[in-house]
Design a protein around this ligand. Sequence first.
Ligand SMILES: N[C@@H](CCC(=O)N[C@@H](CS)C(=O)NCC(=O)O)C(=O)O
Length: 262
Amino acid sequence: MPARAEIGITFPKPTCVAYAERVPNVRLRYFACRGRAEPIRHFLRDRAVVFEDAREPIADLRETLARLRDDPSRAAPFGLLPVLDWDDLRVTQTLPIASFVGRELGLHARLDSPALARLDAVASAAYSELTSVLPELTWAPLWYPEVPLERLVKRASRTPCGYPARFEQVLGDEHAWFGGAEPHVADFFVFEGLAAWCDVLGPPYAEAIARLPKLSAWWDRACARVVGDATRAVPFTASPHEADVFGRAREFVQAQGLTWLP
Ligand SMILES: N[C@@H](CCC(=O)N[C@@H](CS)C(=O)NCC(=O)O)C(=O)O
């Protein structure tokens, strides 16, 4: 058999060096609900990061909480979830985990300090004012059995009701993500916050989003982009009362309208 050169085959010189980037070992631990971790899950999936989506069962929350207490390594050092293990590093607290993941995936390198501060503020607003208030409602039958649920709905939803219009103001244009040309983790915090309140308050809240040109275009793109629990009827919180509370809230809003929606 002739040698390669003899039959006229030439091999081009390599123009670049191919190398494999080391893939980090990533585990995100949270409860088996959307809650605080879901925006981070969306973001990791969106960036095609392979990660262990460790979910603590919520069917018997007492037992799960006891296990977290008995085995501090699951939620150390603060005993709260979510926690992220990124190789040997443990990162805790939702918003710091979100920032860390953004940095590790190189998104921050493209943004200057003012842009990052603006994005941190968007994520924090959605997380603190929309997502983090949900347990006040879903656990209300246990925590405030004496308070009429309608009163709690009215009180807890005032701030979330103001947010579609506020997010509209900080979005660049109808083609933009909060992160600019591509979604940043802040986009997924806004998505989860608004999705939850659409579930709590029903059509009037969704219609408020639809009336805002930039936010509604963003919403349609975000709905198409998000995969996972948003399409699988996973609850937002660990409360067994969630479905009942949301149903009653929607009935109340349907009967009286969202009169406090700007
Ligand atoms: N400030 C924390 C709050 C985390 C938190 O409260 N997690 C709850 C679940 S949503 C938890 O782990 N609770 C367990 C417990 O209270 O023992 C964050 O933003 O991540």
